[in-house]
Design a protein around this ligand. Structure first.
Ligand SMILES: [Zn+2]
Ligand SMILES: [Zn+2]
Length: 349
């Protein structure tokens, strides 16, 4: 089969690779669409340490079942499906509590790190255990379905934040996850959603996805901060901030924008360590909540997308064949303007 192999850092090649063998509980997916994730782009040059070559990346995929393993009864050849990118064990204490994103032996498709290597979906076929599979409704195309993981990540962040209907929120970062958090907050009945980003075109786009007020983030040290805008309506600050960037400066801005007793949910993590305004967090009793991947939000994501309550189409910038994969990674790596998500289609030319 054709596969896009990361043979060394920043080197992607279309290679002939053996079709995966099936275990009794697995199905063989004919991959119709697979999105390039931000984490793939960060791993591609070795900076994250989670894409050690040689590796076939790709974990945001959808397709059709081409073959089923010996013990598989509920899934059939021809079914349109997607899968949870987190492969959990189903047996550890975390899995038993439903916290599958925290599974002790969690593996992610298309990732290789010091503990494991598991090839992903930038290939014509991929073997997947049925416990992580989900069916696709006819309303969702394969390219849209490649966005389910991102929608699940956004829904998970809103879920762990403890957000309640009628509350206010600021979303820092109007990239893909930030924009989807805005849409998720809209669905959950936020009374006012602010969105802030240093990129003007992104903030404008996020307004289209349901934010009430967009804020153009100025450089650090500038007199105007999100709080300048927020305080016109909410002098105390917002109930919730979602930090979807992951820099020290934006974490600081997040803490400065939330009301006393409010919650800052941390989703972005570009920098491994940041400075924390400790006294502000303690004396204002701010809750800092981390959010990792997703844990059971796939069915809800599928339902919200199929009913068009969450619309991912504006976030899909390009759809390309696997042979253009190297070029697509390069465009994302160089941060080409106005490029959000590129989806590769391994089974079409
Ligand atoms: Zn991803
Ligand atoms: Zn587990």
């Amino acid at each position: 089969m054709n596969a896009l192999l990361l043979s060394e850092y920043r080197q992607l090649q279309l290679v002939d690779f053996p079709v995966p063998e099936l275990s009794p509980d697995e199905i063989l997916l004919r991959v119709e669409a697979c999105g390039i994730c931000g984490s793939d782009v960060h791993g591609y040059d070795g900076s994250s340490g989670r894409r050690i070559p040689p590796l076939i990346m790709g974990h945001e995929a959808a397709g059709v079942i081409a073959k089923v393993g010996r013990d598989v009864t509920d899934w059939h050849v021809g079914d349109r499906v997607t899968f949870d990118s987190t492969l959990y064990c189903g047996k550890c204490e975390y899995c038993k509590r439903g916290e599958i994103n925290l599974c002790d032996s969690r593996e992610v498709f298309g990732v290789s790190c010091k503990d494991y290597r598991r090839h992903g979906a930038f290939a014509e076929y991929l073997a997947i255990p049925t416990r992580v599979m989900h069916r696709l409704p006819p309303e969702l195309s394969f390219t849209e379905a490649a966005m389910i993981e991102a929608v699940s990540v956004a829904l998970h962040a809103v879920s762990v934040s403890g957000f309640r209907q009628g509350e206010t929120a600021l979303v820092l970062g109007a990239g893909m996850i930030g924009t989807l958090i805005v849409q998720a907050l809209r669905v959950e009945g936020a009374s006012h959603i602010f969105v802030a980003d240093p990129d003007k075109s992104r903030v404008e786009a996020a307004r289209g996805s349901g934010a009430h007020t967009s804020i153009h983030l100025q450089k650090e040290g500038s007199a105007s901060t999100p709080m300048t805008t927020i305080s016109e309506k909410y002098p105390e600050g917002v109930d919730h901030v979602f930090e979807a960037v992951g820099f020290g400066t934006t974490v600081k801005t997040a803490i400065a924008s939330v009301r006393k007793g409010g919650t800052v949910t941390l989703v972005g993590n570009i920098e491994a360590e940041v400075q924390l305004p400790l006294q502000a967090v303690v004396t204002r009793q701010i809750r800092l909540q981390g959010s990792a991947a997703s844990a059971g939000e796939y069915p809800r994501a599928i339902e919200l997308m199929a009913s068009r309550q969450i619309d991912v189409s504006p976030l899909i910038s390009a759809v390309e064949p696997l042979s253009k994969g190297g070029e697509a990674f390069d465009r994302l790596y160089r941060k080409e303007p106005n490029l959000i998500k590129i989806i590769l289609t391994p089974n079409s030319n």
